[in-house]
Design a protein around this ligand. Structure first.
Ligand code: UDP
Length: 239
């Protein structure tokens, strides 16, 4: 018999950079389509999938602040960037026949629904993939923190953090040949060792709410579904 999914509801964190592919800026539709196909695969297993999208491929608030501009305005621009990415990913999912809704932390009713926990749960119960855009809706936060926050709000059983590499390493494996990879690690160890997985606020919030974080390569086609079915290559953060 086929393997059963380990989870009923999960939260995928997809960075903005994952959507830009090799071009260095913006959205590569081919790459967005590929990531959408991975999400579709998991949705078709009957798993309820929420996705928090980043915005770093378009804009980061610090880019304004570092040139003497107002950080809050920069962060507003960054949050708007996540909405653009959310709409792009929703478009890719709908092309695959996956019913998808975008909920934004910042109200823009002409474009998408506004986030509320009730709206999200209602959409999951109707079998939709839900994309959470606009980050937390607050400056000085990141979409990693938004991922931990939304995961807690929707009662996700795990946060799937799609990254450039296949898990958490003791150092950046692209720079340090001696970097070792963890199969499993606790939230506390991630924080104490200062491992760059998600920002501190995100890891702390996940720990507080006892939500495991599964770190895997977003570039590995089909990996998301493999992990949901108990296989695949990833580091799991749990206490
Ligand atoms: N941002 C914010 N509040 C949030 C989430 C995001 O102000 O709750 C802004 C911030 O300026 C950030 C930008 O949106 O730099 C893009 O998000 P992030 O850097 O987390 O995207 P990613 O690195 O995942 O692509």
């Amino acid at each position: 018999t086929a393997a059963e999914p380990l989870y009923k509801r999960v939260l995928l964190k997809c960075s903005g950079e994952a959507l830009m592919g090799a071009q260095g800026f913006g959205i590569d539709v081919t790459v967005a389509d590929r990531i959408a196909s991975d999400i579709a695969e998991v949705a078709r297993l009957g798993v309820q999938v929420g996705v928090v999208v980043g915005g770093g491929n378009i804009f980061r608030g610090v880019a304004v602040a570092s040139k003497g501009g107002d950080r809050v305005t920069g962060d507003h621009m960054g949050m708007l960037a996540t909405v653009i990415n959310g709409l792009a990913l929703a478009t890719s999912l709908r092309k695959l026949g996956i019913d998808t809704e975008v909920l934004s932390a910042i109200s823009m009713p002409e474009i998408c629904q506004s986030f509320s926990q009730r709206a999200a749960l209602h959409l999951f119960n109707r079998g939709k993939v839900v994309i959470f855009a606009g980050g937390t809706g607050n400056p000085f936060f990141t979409t990693d923190s938004a991922a931990a926050l939304r995961a807690a709000e929707i009662g996700a059983e795990a946060i799937l953090k799609g990254t450039q590499v296949d898990g958490i390493y003791s150092a950046d494996p692209k720079l340090d040949p001696h970097a070792t990879r963890f199969d499993q690690i606790t939230h506390a160890e991630v924080l104490n060792k200062g491992l760059a997985v998600m920002d501190v606020a995100a890891v702390a919030l996940a720990r507080e709410n006892k939500i495991p974080i599964i770190v895997f390569s977003i570039h590995e086609k089909g990996e998301f579904a493999k992990i949901i079915l108990g296989g695949g290559r990833a580091t799991i953060v749990r206490d």
